[in-house]
Design a protein around this ligand. Structure first.
Ligand code: UD1
Length: 422
């Protein structure tokens, strides 16, 4: 099993480009199931979750080819082909919850889907009730049997959907279902994440009629069929944010290119509070810490445009070495502090009370062998390793490979001493 070995202490300097967004590429790949003509996707990141999604779509009978682009990203071409199978099996869904994203497209286009229920995961229970309630309201017959969601439908019918809670993949599933429904669908209390806008842009390229994506109310005028087209996946705002926190923690100066400054307002605000000087251009963000130690910041996670839960672990790492006391309140997932005991093993002074992590920053973390427990927790540990004295060995790096495209090479390019050991 791969591990990462980090020698802490280097001040990060230089430029790094953001990869395509995992959380945009996954729903967009699922949405290729809706296309009736060839689709080309560019700027697809090289991640284990993408490989898992391609495997899932191929098992359904999709015809997908993958090529490496000159910029290190992947280009995926999907040829329209009738599917032969409508089941997302447990063995795949258990490795990647986002497999649930095939549910909406399968029901909308083929009228049937058998998708394994994802179940809980390390960070919380994560039910999918709002996905199922929404599809039922669109006219699908949904039951749960033997751990599988069984969905059957004639053509879906547009309706007004009021989502009981704000769910990102829930909104995406219902959006993908509604584009082929008969008549108009309105999704109320929709999630507003930029990745939903990217999915809507892709669907619009295919011929869907959507307005309001990125707001809490999305209107969809159903069409009979979607065509094909080319789409470039938006930049990964969480990867971008992770590099910026790395720069801030090491007192360095880093420019992230090919990214989307407008997607990161809440994160940039907190980095400025921490003392960073930040400048932005149309597609780049530069953070200059001017050699200073960051100040501790208070974070409260909430749906977009508020502070993203996927950046929480990274800010716990920042607070661990910051000047002062910072609190991190996790309001989205019930068990997302698994990085805290690992940071404590590196000397961090953090106390967890319910869903709040209270951290008194110390000047210097010390290296220790630590274990990655989920994707973003792993990122927090990498950041801690970059500033700890000595060599930090991070086990279970496969969590990181799910969502970070070649993180060690990108960090090495900024001057970090980090290598993968087999
Ligand atoms: C997506 C992101 C993930 C991010 C999360 C929150 C993808 C592929 N993943 O996950 O990286 O951390 O948004 O920003 O885009 N909930 C329910 N019932 C439901 C649905 C959700 O109670 O039917 C709860 C969840 O348990 C969680 C909260 O709502 O506590 C938010 O979950 P949701 O927005 O659905 O997260 P995902 O779409 O799974």
């Amino acid at each position: 099993m791969d591990k990462l070995l980090i020698s802490g202490g280097a001040q990060l300097q230089g430029s790094v480009s953001a990869s395509g967004a995992k959380n945009a590429a996954l729903p967009i790949l699922a949405a290729t199931l809706l296309a009736s003509a060839p689709v080309t996707l560019t700027n697809v990141p090289r991640l284990r979750d993408i490989t898992t999604t391609l495997e899932l779509l191929r098992r359904l009978g999709a015809d997908l080819s993958r090529e490496n682009a000159a910029d290190g990203s992947t280009q995926i071409v999907a040829q329209p082909t009738p599917l032969t199978n409508f089941a997302a099996p447990y063995e795949l869904v258990k490795t990647m919850r986002a497999s649930i994203l095939v549910l909406g497209p399968l029901v909308a286009r083929y009228g049937k889907a058998d998708v394994s229920l994802p179940g809980g995961c390390a960070i919380g229970a994560r039910p999918v009730t709002v996905h199922l309630d929404g599809l039922r309201a669109l006219g699908a017959d949904i039951s749960v049997d033997g751990g599988y969601i069984r969905a059957r439908a004639e053509r879906l019918r547009g309706t007004r959907l009021v989502m009981e809670m704000v769910s990102v993949t829930g909104t995406e599933n219902l959006l993908m279902a509604a584009v082929l429904a008969q008549g108009e669908t309105v999704i109320e209390n929709a999630a507003r994440e930029p990745e939903i806008v990217d999915l809507a842009d892709f669907l619009t390229t295919l011929g869907a009629k959507i307005s309001g994506a990125g707001t809490a109310q999305i209107q969809i005028q159903g069409v009979n069929q979607l065509g094909g087209g080319t789409h470039r996946v938006m930049p990964d705002r969480i990867e971008t944010g992770t590099f910026l926190v790395a720069a801030a923690m090491t007192g360095g100066r880093v420019r992230v290119t090919q990214t989307c400054p407008d997607c990161l307002d809440a994160v940039l605000r907190k980095l400025r509070d921490a003392g960073a000087v930040i400048t932005t251009g149309a597609d780049w963000i530069e953070l200059d810490m001017q050699g200073q130690r960051p100040r501790a910041v208070d974070i409260h996670t909430a749906p977009h445009p508020a502070f993203p839960t996927d950046m929480q672990a990274q800010f716990c790492a920042l607070n661990a070495i910051a000047d002062g006391v910072g609190t991190v309140t996790e309001a989205i997932f019930e068990n997302r502090f698994m990085h805290v005991p690992e940071l404590q093993r590196m000397g961090a002074d953090i106390r967890v009370e319910g869903n709040i992590a209270i951290c008194r920053g110390i000047k210097q973390l010390t290296a220790a062998p630590v274990m990655a427990t989920d994707l973003r927790a792993s990122a927090g540990l990498v950041l801690a390793g970059l500033v700890a004295t000595g060599e930090t060995l991070i086990d279970r790096v496969y969590h990181l490979d799910r969502g970070y495209d070649n993180i060690e090479a990108k960090l090495r390019g900024l001057g970090a001493q980090i290598q993968r050991v087999k």
